[in-house]
Each structure stands twice: as C-alpha cells, then as structure tokens.
Design a protein around this ligand. Structure first.
Ligand SMILES: C[S@@+](CC[C@H](N)C(=O)[O-])C[C@H]1O[C@@H](n2cnc3c(N)ncnc32)[C@H](O)[C@@H]1O
Length: 311
C-alpha cells in the first residue's frame, strides 16, 4: 500500500502536518466523524480512508477556534464564509515542501525534459511549465532558479497554483527559513537569495518569473486558458494526489492530461498514485521514477515504457 507522508517534522512555514494535534483536546464536537467527508468534499478536498483521523483532527481544531460545537453548523457555514473555508483548507491540506525536493526529478527536468522541449519548440515560442499544488512556492521557484542557471529564463514561462490562499500569499512573499532550503547548496543560496537574520529572501527578478493562481484541482474547470492554465509543456503535480481519494485522483488525472500540449510531460512524486490507467498518457520509466506524456500528434502510445535519464 502507498505510504502517506507523515510530515511529522517541524513546519517553520506554519502549515500543518498530517498528524498535527492540539487545539481541541478534551472538548466535545458533535458529528465530526460522521460529517468529515462532507466537510472535506465541500471545500474540494475529498480524502482517502487513511486520512480520516487526520482530517477529523483538523476539523476539530477549526471548530475549537471558532467555538462551533456541531459539525452540521460548520457544514452550513462553508461557502457562505470565505475566511472559514480558507481556514479549513489550510488545516486539512499538508503543505510540506522545500526547494529542489526530489532532486532526481529536477535532474530529469534539467537534463532530459527541457532539452527535449527546446529541440521541439518552434523559434520564439516559450516553454510553458505549471507547478500544480505549489504550496508555499519552493517548487516553482526551484524551476525558475534551474532555468536561470541554464540561461533559459527568457524562453520559459512558469505558472503555479494551489488551493490554499494562505500558501499562495506566503509564496508571493518569497521569504524562506533554513528548513525550506535544506536541499539547497551554498552556491545557489548566495546567488539567488538575500540573507536577512535567519531568513532568505528570493531575488525579486526571480520571484517575478512565477505567476501564482488559486486553483482547486478536481473541482475548478480546467483547462482554463483565461487564467493561463492550458497547453503546458511540463506539469509538476507532486505530493498532491497522495492526499486525495480515488475519485478526485481520476478527475485530476484527466484534467492534467487535458492541460498538456501535445508531447507535454507530467511528473508526479513516487508517493503519488499511478495515473496511466486514468487518462491516455504515454508512460515512461526513468531513473527518477515514472513520468507521463501526452502523445505527440495524437498517437496513442499508452503505457509504453522507455528507459530515460534522470539520475
Ligand atoms: C505536500 S504539498 C506539495 C508541494 C510541492 N508540490 C512539493 O512536492 O513539494 C501539497 C499541496 O497541494 C495542495 N493541494 C491539495 N489538494 C489540492 C487541490 N485539490 N487543488 C489544489 N491544490 C491542492 C495543498 O494545499 C498543498 O499546498
């Protein structure tokens, strides 16, 4: 069975881990277990059975802070109150991330995917990348750094989205602690960040290369060309689907496929569920794990397996 990352370590970015406790101990909150799924569905985050306890705990914490003692009342208020919905989203989601998380996948992007896209891309047409479920921005900014290092910044556009508005606000601040930079060497830190006290601010010209948008995958209408969310050459949707139930994963797999340009690539994380049966992807096995592609020229190369670089 797939393991859900427990993210039990300290979370200096302020977002909850899946096993965070506290806040609601000892108090009685009616209907949480019975209504947890409906609350999660209503905020667009249908969860698998393995997360039931974590989600119920998250809901209890919100109820405690809001002095709501019955889950039915909470359910009624979702949607009508944006601040409450945002708070629930923030408690229920897991925002663990860091710069260059999954280094093998970044090597695959740098040495295999970007060169392939550049060979194929028509003169003057930008390469379009989307970090779907970007949390506090470390993933899309890592891509921006990678492109800058390789002299590609002028030919790449990077979009990033998340369901959590709090995470997106933090992403746009682009100000990080050591924990976010635990996979980042001194050279990149010195070159792309300005240190102030114990924190690191990403250089403004780099931060401005990423365009952030609020999107609920699986619920919002996608592709959304009016938001710039269509025709991507590369999508990273990593460590997002592992927290969602099978029906949501199926919907999102189809959406991601539809958001890819012909020949476009999709990477998920090793902990995420497999997607090859959920949309007509071409599937490639690489040293960095399985990656998916939308076939070029409408060919259906479904489930083909090829050896690719990335180590
Ligand atoms: C564990 S973080 C992963 C961040 C980054 N992709 C990485 O791999 O480091 C998961 C993020 O997905 C977001 N998320 C979860 N479900 C989502 C959904 N249905 N739509 C959009 N974002 C979602 C959460 O808010 C959270 O910020």
């Amino acid at each position: 069975m797939r393991q859900i990352p427990s993210d039990s370590q300290a979370r200096p970015n302020g977002r909850r881990s899946d096993n965070a406790g506290g806040g609601a101990a000892g108090a009685t909150f009616r209907g949480v277990d019975a209504f947890a799924s409906r609350v999660a569905d209503k905020i667009g985050l249908s969860f698998p059975a393995s997360r039931r306890q974590a989600v119920a705990g998250a809901i209890r914490r919100v109820m405690a802070r809001r002095h709501i003692d019955d889950a039915r009342l909470l359910l009624d208020q979702i949607g009508a109150r944006q601040d409450l919905t945002d708070e629930l989203v923030d408690e229920v989601t897991v925002g663990e991330t860091c710069f260059f998380r999954g280094p093998a996948q970044f090597r695959l992007v740098r040495h295999t995917i970007l060169p392939e896209l550049r060979r194929r891309q028509a003169e003057g047409v930008d390469i379009r990348i989307w970090s779907a479920g970007c949390a506090t921005g470390e993933e899309p900014y890592s891509l921006a750094i990678l492109c800058e290092e390789d002299g590609l910044s002028g030919e790449v556009r990077i979009a990033a989205s998340d369901i959590s508005r709090k995470a997106l606000a933090d992403a746009m601040e682009a100000d990080y602690g050591e924990w976010s930079l635990r996979n980042t060497g001194g050279y990149l830190k010195d070159r792309y960040f300005r240190r102030h006290g114990t924190r690191f601010r990403l250089r403004r010209e780099l931060a401005e290369r990423v365009r952030f948008t609020s999107v609920c995958l699986g619920t919002d209408t996608l592709p959304a060309p009016e938001k710039g969310l269509a025709d991507f050459d590369l999508i990273l949707c990593r460590n997002v689907l592992v927290y969602l139930d099978a029906a949501a994963v199926r919907r999102i797999a189809r959406q991601l496929f539809d958001c890819l340009a012909a020949g476009g690539w999709l990477t998920t994380a090793p902990a995420d569920p497999p997607l090859w049966k959920l949309a007509p992807f071409e599937t490639l096995t690489t040293a960095a794990g399985v990656v998916y592609r939308r076939p070029l020229n409408g060919q259906d190369n479904r489930n083909s397996v090829a050896a690719h670089g990335g180590s």
